[in-house]
Design a protein around this ligand. Structure first.
Ligand SMILES: [Zn+2]
Length: 106
């Protein structure tokens, strides 16, 4: 919930910019809001994608069926605590906390 509030705050702050005045020595430039907002959105998307790929590269174990699986990168943004994350098991369909797998990668 904190993360969603933070993302909303950053988005509102970025979109509330109507213009920005840049002073370069004796010259003044008006910069439109999108020159600030677009790089923020692009950077946030790249960071989310990279973090999702990193989390998806780890193997998790379902506590119900004890089968291990790799989550998809877009599933990585789920509630998590220590080494546990909420995933839906692709084998049995259980949704809940799954622990990091202790076994080495194949
Ligand atoms: Zn399962």
């Amino acid at each position: 919930m904190k993360r969603i509030a933070f993302v909303l705050l950053i988005t509102v702050l970025a979109l509330s910019l109507t213009a920005c005045r840049v002073n370069w020595f004796d010259r003044h430039y008006d910069v439109p809001w999108w020159t600030i907002a677009v790089p923020i959105v692009v950077f946030a998307a790249i960071v989310c994608f990279a973090a999702g790929k990193y989390i998806a590269s780890k193997k998790y174990v379902c506590p119900k069926c004890n089968k291990s699986f790799y989550p998809k990168w877009w599933q990585a943004f789920s509630f998590h605590m220590n080494g546990y994350r909420v995933f839906k098991c692709p084998h049995c369909g259980r949704k809940g906390f799954c622990s990091l797998s202790k076994e080495s990668d194949d």
